[in-house]
Design a protein around this ligand. Sequence first.
Ligand SMILES: Nc1nc2c(ncn2[C@@H]2O[C@H](COP(=O)(O)OP(=O)(O)OP(=O)(O)O)[C@@H](O)[C@H]2O)c(=O)[nH]1
Ligand SMILES: [Mg+2]
Length: 635
Amino acid sequence: MKAVIVGTAGHIDHGKSALVRALTGIDPDRLEEEKRRGITIDIGFANLDLASPAGEPIRIGFVDVPGHERFVRNMLAGVGGIDLVLLVIAADESIKPQTREHFDICRMLSVGRGITVITKADLVDAETLEVVMLEVAEFLKGSFLDPVTSPIIPVSSRTGAGLDQLKAELARLAAEVPAKDSSAVFRLPIDRVFTMKGFGTVVTGTLISGTVRKEQEVEVHPAGKRLRVRGVQVHGKSADEAIAGQRTALNLAGVETTELARGMMLTPPQRFAPTTRLGVQLDLLPSAKPLRQYARVHLHAFTAETVAQVTLLDRKQLLPGESGFARLKLDRPVLLFPGDRFIIRQYSPVITMGGGRVLDAGEPKFRMERSERLPFLESIASASPQEALLARVARRKMFGMTLAEAVAETGWLPARVQQLALELKESGQIAIFGNVFITSQWLERVQRDVLTMVGRFHDANPLQPGINREQLREKVFWGPDELFEGVINSLLREKKLDTDGELLRLPGRGVVLCDEEAESKIQIEQAFARAGLKVPLLKDVLASLPVDNQRAQKIVTLLLRDRVLVKLADDLVFHCDALEAMRRQLVANKTKTPKLSVPQFKDLFGITRKYAIPLLEYLDRERVTRRVGDERVIL
Ligand SMILES: Nc1nc2c(ncn2[C@@H]2O[C@H](COP(=O)(O)OP(=O)(O)OP(=O)(O)O)[C@@H](O)[C@H]2O)c(=O)[nH]1
Ligand SMILES: [Mg+2]
């Protein structure tokens, strides 16, 4: 069944609650104090089933708001999720201050559709009613409630006159209203928290998007706590799930009522983070005072409320009726997505000043340059979803943007982000590596940086075959692993890089041995391996090779780098296996010979003093032995 939320709006005592009761049979004033004083203090709820002109059933959820100027805060908590408004004006009083203020709020929140209801028609004569209708029509001209497109209906909740016409009109409009997206990300702004005997903690709210099911895990923002949905109620009846547009109550496990409050937001777990920085488009009411740079204001979005400081990005002050780009610094974090609407009220005295639209609620952790903020907001303000995603990816520069980041920043489902990303890839504007997006411009730049870095490595290390991947990554990269791997692979594919296992090199650079050199390398290695500790002089070995001395030196450098050979003194080089065998023999004989003098060492390995001293010093360095006087203790 289609679910539509209808809010009331209007001045105190103009008959909003009486109208809801007359339409639904349910008294939305639920508090004892409300009944006693005969005024609405907090938002109240009721529901009504209607049939569309085509005969389809529609469930209307009413959110009845208080008209008292002191309770506009509560009105704002109710109006955030509504699809239609009933602007209620009493025939005997006509337009009053909160008629204007509530109407302004609805306009600022882009409510878009509604019906103007002239209540208490029974209290005035036909002539007065006529005058009031004309006055109201004049007031609404040019707005979303312009009488040319939306009706003004006189009713009496006392006699019932006009109610049938109102119901018919409601059904017609409710059928036209686009349904809230139940396949989008689930979001429930909490408007009430209470305990129910036998159930525990219950929260209620207007489900503004998505679907929530029994036994599902949810996260509450900004607290960040994960909770389980023990039960779901829709319009007061148990259900397996609630869908967007329904008045929803959730019984939550694992949380006390004291941990929850109006203004918090429920979402799927582990995907979203609340923010204290918003990039917005701000609209000031014609009736407001000019908004100064760095002014503090009250911000209301859905059921949340916080103080915010305004930094105007495109002007020094915002004049009445003007619209500009701004950055808001919030005292308390809220969870909002681009496209969400909000209201601002003057800090003191508290009067509604204007409102706006969230453009950016996901400023990346590393700070954006101040100068980048305005162009970014301008670029996404009227962008298509595809262009907006491109701008968001571009903002992340060489770091790229992960799918998870894109989801968190837009509030779109992963599949939608992926689809848009694919389209951007097909038009050559971004590259996708695994789950990371990077713009083509930034990819080119990163590729260039990588090649420059590898080139520099070759210049500094002419005898090395290439740079280790990890080493390169540390030098040039801050983005996610997938992006680094993707960039390297793209360069390998384009043959701008060569690889040899873990090593990367520019094509034609790095040491590559020719056949003769490879042959010589084996000869050198074997000569030293055969010799054990009685090694030949290096220069004698080199002289016997088929290659010239310079190339021979290059090969020796490679063997030393790979620690196949170990140099202990000028012209005195050993094979690593020989050194290892010596070490093992010493350790094996430790119990028999715990100490050795230099002569004993010479005799043990049959070597001369010229070799013995550097070898013992090597063993000391390697902590196999320690020198004590003229002797070595084996450790
Ligand atoms: N004669 C007559 N009285 C009405 C009608 N509608 C409401 N009233 C009376 O007007 C008074 C105020 O009505 P409410 O419905 O409480 O007004 P409200 O707009 O909800 O007031 P707040 O919620 O406090 O802003 C009550 O005493 C109602 O009985 C009507 O159509 N005709
Ligand atoms: Mg009321």
